[in-house]
Design a protein around this ligand. Structure first.
Ligand SMILES: C[S@@+](CC[C@H](N)C(=O)[O-])C[C@H]1O[C@@H](n2cnc3c(N)ncnc32)[C@H](O)[C@@H]1O
Length: 390
């Protein structure tokens, strides 16, 4: 969306037209557009308003009912923090005692809105003019500036939030932190001049480039790894995982501490799959020492033990097989297992080809886990243990 489209959308006529629309249904969009044009609305405005209705419908996934009160651009929606997670960012600042947060690169303003909701004073800065207009509409309680946040000077502030753009204009993810906008280096420099700061980063960020004194949190919700945030001035140094609201301490006492590998052991009755946030936070060694579990092989993030663990999916092992379609087919029939979920780590097995070779079987649902076990490639036939762990 460009500035003229956003201006049309946010005009009294654009807002009224958007509010007047029935709930968005893709099948009806063409007929609805025709009707609105026949009623005398400009075709450009109709197109912009229908796109907005579609975005609001889509945005329910991240914002629930709040989506109906917000404005979006496509890219701004895709890059925005999920509302539940934005609220945790606000809570972190509020708990630390922050008063006035500068949000550098506020996008459509999801994080800033959560800061406002937590009664923090907010100055939101966005360099893209169309996105800044949208942010202004979404953030009546904030000051929204359209400028380069890297060089902006905002007086009387004690906290900064940075959620750098990590995608190209075509939507491709940018891996190199020094190519984000602002770059990771710029974000760290800016953060250093505030008492409290949070920098949202890619979950795969190498631990070696984290500031030692940072409190870094990897967040996962509903099995989806959403983000990592490098907090400074707001928490105990180290690396943490938050899985569906439950916090796990990795045991690292500085954020850049290397991960300690755990000794593997022979398979017990259960195979445990730690949540991705625990793996990224380097929390496996702590899980192993706390709960008496161990990796199934060197460097493999499947664990084995006797009981389900918090933050881990659990699978009851039925049989350990060679990674071979014939053996697997026989075992499926022997155990009465049909529909198969196939997981793999540490092997380059072509899962789709293996699935074809195994063919269809009838029986209970099961899970096939392809992994080295004490260094040997194996296929573990298992059944999901429900209701415990994560
Ligand atoms: C990932 S989005 C922010 C999303 C936001 N936290 C939210 O939850 O809605 C990053 C935004 O930063 C903006 N941006 C990038 N570099 C900037 C800069 N130097 N100054 C201000 N804004 C910038 C981009 O235009 C983009 O809208």
């Amino acid at each position: 969306m460009d500035v003229s489209e956003v201006t049309a959308l946010l005009s009294p006529e654009g807002r009224a037209l958007l509010e007047s629309l029935p709930p968005y249904r893709g099948d009806d969009a063409l007929a609805l557009a025709g009707r609105l044009r026949r009623e005398g609305h400009a075709p450009e405005l109709v197109a912009v308003v229908l796109t907005q209705a579609r975005l609001r419908q889509r945005a329910r996934a991240k914002f629930g009912n709040l989506a109906e009160t917000l404005f979006f651009t496509q890219a701004g929606y895709e890059q925005s923090s999920r509302w539940s997670v934005a609220q945790t960012h606000a809570a972190q600042f509020a708990r630390a005692g922050a008063r006035h947060v500068v949000d550098i690169g506020c996008g459509i303003g999801a994080d800033s809105l959560a800061f406002c909701d937590a009664d923090l004073q907010v100055t939101a800065i966005e360099s893209d003019p169309a996105t800044a207009l949208i942010a202004r509409a979404n953030l009546p309680a904030a000051t929204v500036l359209c400028e380069d946040g890297v060089t902006a000077m905002v007086p009387d502030t004690d906290a900064v939030w940075l959620d750098p753009a990590r995608r190209t204009s075509t939507g491709r993810r940018i891996k190199d932190p020094q190519s984000w906008s602002p770059t990771y280096g710029q974000a760290l420099d800016i953060a250093a001049s505030y008492r409290y700061s949070g920098i949202k980063v890619a979950p795969g960020i190498p631990h070696s480039i984290l500031p030692a004194q940072a409190h870094v949190v990897w967040t996962s919700e509903g099995g989806e790894l959403l983000e990592a945030v490098v907090w400074q001035g707001t928490g105990t140094p180290g690396r943490y995982a938050v899985v569906d609201g439950v916090t796990f301490n990795s045991g690292a006492t500085s954020a850049d501490e290397p991960v300690i590998p755990s000794e593997p052991s022979a398979l017990g009755p259960l195979l445990l799959e730690p949540n991705a946030a625990l793996i990224r936070a380097g929390a496996i060694a702590r899980l192993c020492s706390t709960y008496d579990v161990a990796p199934v092989s060197d460097g493999i993030a499947y664990l084995t033990g006797e009981k389900p663990l918090p933050g881990c999916d659990s699978f009851a092992i039925r049989e350990v097989l060679r990674n071979d379609a014939k053996d697997i087919k026989r075992a499926l029939d022997a155990h009465g297992i049909g529909a198969l979920e196939i997981k793999k780590r540490g092997t380059d097995t072509d899962v789709e080809l293996l699935r074809k070779r195994i063919g269809k079987h009838t029986g209970r649902p099961g899970v096939l886990i392809l992994t080295p076990v004490l260094g040997r490639h194996r296929a573990i036939l298992a059944e999901r243990v429900l209701g415990e762990g994560s």
